[in-house]
Write a protein of this length. Structure first.
Ligand code: AMP
Length: 499
């Protein structure tokens, strides 16, 4: 078996590795480090969790240990798709350079240009950046990339998903033709293949087994879930999530809950918090300081549930996550592997449970095909709950939920058969009808609410059968909405959540 000491790494780097507690190189490290140290281009096909970060940082540091940085002309460049990943790479550099004098700068959005400019002006050995921020600095004339000797592209497939490939091509064009390129991607989509053919020169291709085959320590399960009624599905799905969490009990010390959309990341985090679960969201629309704060809390164990989008959580290295919940089936099967890989790390046990609605079944088939095995089914924990109301379904708000009985302000004498309202998602409609029990919501609601009100009055004027509906009080209506869903509701939420 290869040992780190066989790899020709700088002795001070070896010392830092030893102090980090690593005994043997992982396959991607054993495969990528020797050609990288020979100055060759490397195409690493590996995903997060395989030790790929060290597979480029260790040889880079070894090579950079000789020579010195010049003002405004970094000697090496690492491009990462997200700020979090860039920050994590920077931490790796700190760990492995602790016995060397190398300088680095982290260029990511949400951090002031001034601070970053100061570092660049002094001259840095390693520049770690997200593509957009790097180009901003370059366009401001503060950064010259003509002295870059080593360029790393990390998680290229994610860059592709995020639309960064044109930026990457531009950045390649700004660096010297003679640079060495270390290029990492979890998958080789045709567009990635094209980029590597264009910008890499006779690379050493190092491919490590997909994590799918190495994730034996992760117990997987899925709940095939169908709402009792379409309009209740979203609310019931959140209830299923809570029941699944509860069923895990104390074994669930902490968890990442993945949603496909940023809107749902927010909604699920709010809903969980409302029900007393210690949860916070993380996704690309939150400002950097908030993201960092949330992550730090999750890492330190202060926060138990992190609701996340794929992009924000991609590559995050939190060593002891007991559970991963997939609130949605990811639309790319590979993302399932990335997501569940947040638990069961470094030989620990982990558990993952996914909720699959009928809409997700095609994506779910893709996941099982990729895994080449069936994921064990769990019973829908809601199945044993109260049956659906027998009265004909009203035409409710698009997502009118059923989690909690509202204190009705209706004067109807008929018994209340109204579907109850999940105050998280239905905050604006409730406010539009001036419900007194409005839950504490965030500032952003104000805009949605006031616009709801304005548009509400105009849509009321236009509604052709308003009087009929008013006469039909006490029918099976959604609280405060009458028997239709005014477009203003969707609009106000679109304002608030669209990303
Ligand atoms: P990465 O794939 O770079 O995100 O790394 C995943 C995790 O593996 C990180 O927590 C690293 O600190 C850890 N790691 C990297 N290399 C080794 C190694 N040779 N032995 C043990 N753990 C490692």
């Amino acid at each position: 078996m290869t040992k780190f000491s066989d790899l020709n790494l700088n002795s001070k780097v070896l010392k830092a590795i030893e102090e980090a507690g690593y005994e043997t190189p992982t396959p991607i490290q054993a495969g990528a480090i020797p050609p990288a140290l020979e100055g060759r281009d490397v195409l690493g096909i590996a995903q997060t969790g395989t030790g790929k970060t060290a597979s480029f940082t260790l040889p880079m540091i070894t090579m950079l240990a000789r020579g010195r940085a010049r003002a405004r002309m970094p000697r090496s460049l690492v491009l990462c798709p997200t700020r979090e990943l860039a920050a994590q790479v920077a931490e790796n550099f700190d760990t492995y350079t602790k016995h060397l004098k190398l300088t680095k700068a982290l260029l990511i959005g949400g951090v002031s240009f001034k601070e970053q400019d100061k570092l660049i002006d002094k001259g840095v050995d390693v520049l770690i950046a997200t593509p957009g921020r790097l180009l901003d600095h370059h366009e401001r004339g503060k950064l010259i990339l003509t002295d870059v000797k080593i360029m790393v592209v990390d998680e290229a497939d994610r860059m592709l998903d995020m639309g960064f490939i044109p930026d990457i091509e531009r950045i390649f064009g700004l660096t010297p033709f003679t640079r060495q390129t270390l290029f990492f991607s979890a998958t080789m989509a045709p567009e990635i293949e094209r980029i590597t053919n264009t910008f890499l020169s006779n690379p050493e291709r190092v491919e490590v087994a997909r994590q799918a085959s190495a994730s034996e320590t992760i117990e997987q399960a899925v709940v095939m879930f169908k709402g009792s009624r379409k309009d209740r599905e979203a609310t019931e799905k959140r209830k299923v999530l809570r029941m699944l969490i509860d069923a895990e009990g104390e074994k669930c010390t902490n968890a990442i809950i993945f949603c496909n959309r940023k809107t749902d990341v927010d909604i699920v985090a709010k809903s969980l918090s409302k029900y007393g679960y210690d949860a916070a969201p993380i996704h690309g629309d939150l400002d950097q300081s908030q993201r960092t704060k949330t992550l730090d809390k999750f890492r330190s164990g202060e926060l138990r549930f992190l609701c996340a989008s794929d992009v924000a959580a991609r590559g995050l290295d939190v060593p002891s996550v007991s559970h991963v919940f997939n609130f949605d089936v990811p639309s790319h099967a590979e993302d399932y592997i990335h997501r569940i890989g947040r638990t069961g790390r470094a030989g620990r046990e982990g558990k993952t449970i996914m909720i699959c609605t009928s809409r997700d079944e095609k994506n779910f088939e893709d996941v099982e095909r990729l895994l080449q095995k069936a994921i064990p089914r769990l019973d829908n924990p809601l199945k044993t709950l109260a049956p659906v109301a027998k009265s004909p379904a009203p035409k409710p708000a698009s997502d009118a939920p059923v989690e909690k009985a509202p204190r009705s302000r209706s004067r109807s004498k008929k018994p209340e058969t109204t579907p109850v309202v999940d105050t998280v998602q239905a905050a604006a409609p409730l406010e539009a009808s001036k419900a007194p029990e409005q839950p504490t919501e965030q500032k952003t609601d104000t805009r949605a609410k006031s616009s709801s009100r304005n548009r509400s009055s105009s849509s009321a004027k236009q509604a052709p059968k308003q009087s009929d509906r008013n006469n039909d009080r006490g029918g099976n209506k959604v609280l405060g909405l009458g028997d239709h869903t005014p477009t203003f509701i969707e609009l106000s939420f679109a304002d608030r959540y669209n990303s």
